[in-house]
Design a binder for this molecule. Structure first.
Ligand SMILES: Cc1cc2nc3c(=O)[nH]c(=O)nc-3n(C[C@H](O)[C@H](O)[C@H](O)COP(=O)(O)OP(=O)(O)OC[C@H]3O[C@@H](n4cnc5c(N)ncnc54)[C@H](O)[C@@H]3O)c2cc1C
Length: 366
């Protein structure tokens, strides 16, 4: 077993200080620890006696600000100190103007260059590094998204910092909380790096609202680094249903659906009856029942909707890692001993091929 599998090894080696909490000791489903582990740590002076300031990196797609990425501003604000936002891409002005309306942001750095449209790590990392160095930021925060996961390790390496990934809470400017081993343990990590490169779990920090702020907009530095990678194409799954990562309701199907035809026949009407996004287990994705952009779990998306309905999903630890923080979990499974029922608030034991169409009809007529 490896850490990827969710097994906690006997020892871990990192340069940050870890306080590990076994999930079994955690009282809540979310695994948050009630004791204050930080009080066990000696407070340490900041590695550099610099004034704290944070750069929140915001994502855009085709000239539209990704509102989910505004979680980075919420996290940045909780650190205290000035918060600057960063955006880059072609025709970036409207994106910068929208981001400037978020309350509590002092400045938006904008770089207008089509080379950054797709967020290629090869060009975006040197771009960020130049801007981080110029601004002298102590913290850089971005969402733990595909973009954040591909760009920030390069940024961290270029700055000789250790990335602090997928955090769910900020204890203080040096100390952060992050789930590890598929959420089996919660680590409190302390970093002494001069510049802390952080990715945040979007479900743990609400997106900051675009409101009445009036941040200054300034041109960022553009190193115009020579590109050794080229954007060729992308194949995006299009759907009129809500976005899985941010939907308030999610209905997910598993291997119990048996085929793609049955998945579509059973799950899509259920989703539409309550305006939910569709998700899937990895087994369903691997079996070709659903697109892999719909995968929920450790190696898929992490979601925390108001309602998560798991249909024909056993509840493996790697699946739970992606949905256990949902407010209400409902499960339909024919096996009363399926592990999903251990985290479910509402459970229905029965054959999904009979129960789900019945439920969909009732929801449609209600
Ligand atoms: C490194 C690693 C990463 C992983 N990442 C992920 C991840 O991100 N997401 C993820 O989901 N998994 C992930 N997995 C896989 C995970 O371990 C499980 O294999 C997977 O979640 C199982 O999917 P499932 O519950 O759909 O299938 P199964 O475990 O096969 O469960 C199917 C369920 O359907 C029920 N069922 C069958 N027929 C019916 C019926 N007619 N009516 C009602 N119920 C029925 C069964 O009782 C069963 O509980 C990962 C595994 C590894 C090793």
């Amino acid at each position: 077993m490896t850490a990827e599998d969710g097994e906690v090894p006997a020892t871990t080696q990192t340069t940050t200080q870890h306080v590990l909490h076994n999930k079994a000791d955690c009282p809540s489903r979310s695994g948050r620890y009630s004791a204050n582990p930080v009080s066990l740590l000696k407070p340490r002076p900041s590695a550099l006696q610099r004034l704290l300031s944070t750069l929140a990196v915001l994502e855009q797609r085709e000239g539209k600000l990704n509102h989910g990425s505004l979680s980075a501003i919420t996290a940045a604000k909780s650190l205290g100190g000035p918060v600057h936002g960063f955006v880059a891409g072609s025709n970036i002005k409207p994106v910068a103007e929208e981001a400037a309306k978020v309350d509590g942001v002092e400045k938006i750095l904008a770089v207008d260059n089509a080379a950054y449209d797709k967020g290629l790590p090869e060009s975006y990392a040197p771009l960020l590094v130049e801007n981080i160095k110029k601004g002298g930021y102590t913290h850089v925060i971005v969402g733990h998204t595909s973009f954040g996961k591909s760009v920030m390790p390069r940024v961290a390496a270029l700055l000789d910092s250790q990335q602090i990934s997928d955090i769910t809470a900020i204890e203080n400017e040096n100390t952060f909380v992050r789930p590890i081993y598929a959420g089996n343990a919660i680590a409190t990590v302390e970093s002494t790096d001069a510049t802390k490169i952080i990715t945040i779990r979007g479900t743990a920090f609400a997106a900051a609202e675009v409101a009445n702020g009036s941040a200054a907009i300034e041109d960022g530095v553009d190193p115009k680094a020579e590109l050794n990678a080229e954007w060729v194409s992308e194949d995006l799954a299009k759907s009129d249903r809500p976005d899985l990562a941010t939907a308030g309701k999610v209905v997910s199907g598993g291997r119990g659906l048996k085929s793609k035809e049955e998945f579509d026949k059973i799950m899509l009407p259920l989703a539409d009856s309550i305006g939910a996004a569709v998700g899937a287990s990895r087994a369903a994705v691997d079996s070709g029942y659903a697109d892999n952009s719909l995968q929920v779990g450790q190696t898929g998306k992490v979601v925390a909707p108001q309602l998560y309905m798991a249909v024909g999903i056993s509840g493996a630890i790697q699946h739970l890692a992606g949905m256990k923080d949902s407010k209400v979990i409902a499960a339909i499974n024919k096996d009363p001993d399926a592990p999903i029922f251990q985290v479910a608030d509402v459970g229905l034991v029965g054959d999904l091929f009979e129960k789900v169409p019945e439920l969909t009809e009732k929801l449609k007529s209600s």
